[in-house]
Design a protein around this ligand. Structure first.
Ligand code: ATP
Length: 236
C-alpha cells in the first residue's frame, strides 16, 4: 500500500524553480531513498511533504488523504515526523527536554514515559546524557537526539534529511544501523542523502534527483549497479 504519494510536485522560491514536477511514492514498510547532488531539490521536497514549504503545483497524499495544504503540526499528528538536515536540536535545552518536545502532540503522560523508555533503550548514549545540554553533544549524538525526538511522536513514517551529513565514518555506520532498526521496528522511512552508497545500501527503492527532476528510479540494488549512477554518485 502506498502510504505516501507525491504527484507532479512543483516548488519555487520566487523565480527559482527548485522542484519541477517530481512524482514518487513510498509503500508502507519500505525504506525509500532520494539521492542527488547538492541543490538537486531534495530538502525542498521534504519540506513540502512535512508542511514547512508550500507546493506551487502538484499534490501530496498521506494514507490516501490530500495533505498538500495541511499544516506541519497536523502532519505530525497524522503520523509523519521529520528529522531535519543539520539536526536542529535545541542546544540550550537538555536531551530530555528535547525529547519531550518531540512528544508535543501527545498528552498521555504514561505514553510519553513509555516512549522515552523506548528511545533510551534504542539510544543508550542519550540515556546516559539525558540531563546534558544538547549543544554539548557530538554531531553523531545530536543526530541520534534528532531521531529520538522525531520518534517521540510515534510516527508511521519518518522522513530524514541527510542524517550522515558532517559525521565521521564510524558515526555514519552507527546512524545507518539505527535507521535499519527503526525500519525493522515497523516505521516506514523516506531518506534523503548525498551519501548515495550508504543510502542505496539500506533502501528498498530509490529515486535520483537532478536539478528538480527525478531522472532515474528503481530498486536500490539495480540503481547501485547502474553505470550512470556509479559514475555520478558512487565515485566509481
Ligand atoms: P542540499 O543537499 O544542499 O540541501 P538539496 O538537494 O536538498 O541540496 P534544495 O536545498 O532543495 O536542494 O535546493 C534546491 C534549489 O533551490 C537549489 O537551487 C537552491 O539553491 C534553491 N533554494 C533552496 N532554498 C532556497 C531559498 N530559501 N531561497 C532561494 N532558493 C533556494
Amino acid at each position: 500500500m502506498e502510504i505516501l504519494k507525491v504527484n507532479n510536485l512543483v516548488v519555487n522560491y520566487g523565480m527559482i524553480k527548485a522542484v519541477k514536477g517530481a512524482s514518487f511514492f513510498v509503500n508502507q514498510g519500505e525504506i525509500v531513498a532520494l539521492i542527488g547532488a547538492n541543490g538537486a531539490g531534495k530538502t525542498s521536497i521534504l519540506h513540502t511533504i512535512t508542511g514547512l514549504l508550500s507546493a506551487k503545483d502538484g499534490n501530496i497524499e498521506f494514507e490516501g488523504r490530500d495533505i498538500t495544504k495541511t499544516k506541519a503540526h497536523d502532519i505530525v499528528k497524522l503520523g509523519m515526523a521529520h528529522v531535519p538536515e543539520g539536526r536542529r536540536v535545541f542546544g540550550d535545552l537538555t536531551v530530555l527536554e528535547n525529547l519531550k518536545l518531540g512528544a508535543y502532540i501527545r498528552n498521555d503522560k504514561a505514553g510519553i514515559e513509555d516512549g522515552l523508555d523506548k528511545i533510551y533503550k534504542r539510544f543508550p548514549r542519550l540515556a546516559e546524557r539525558k540531563s546534558q545540554l544538547a549543544g554539548t553533544l557530538s554531531g553523531g549524538e545530536q543526530q541520534m537526539l534528532a531521531m529520538g525526538r522525531a520518534l517521540m511522536s510515534n510516527p508511521k513514517v519518518i522522513v530524514m534529511d541527510e542524517p550522515s551529513m558532517g559525521l565521521s565514518p564510524l558515526y555514519v555506520n552507527e546512524i545507518f544501523d539505527i535507521i535499519r532498526e527503526i525500519h525493522e521496528s515497523g516505521t516506514t522511512v523516506l531518506l534523503v542523502e548525498q551519501n548515495a552508497k550508504k543510502a542505496l545500501g539500506i533502501a528498498d527503492r530509490a529515486y535520483v534527483l537532478e536539478t528538480g527532476n527525478i531522472v532515474l528510479e528503481g530498486d536500490a540494488k539495480t540503481l547501485m549497479n547502474d553505470d550512470s549512477v556509479k559514475k555520478a554518485y558512487l565515485g566509481e
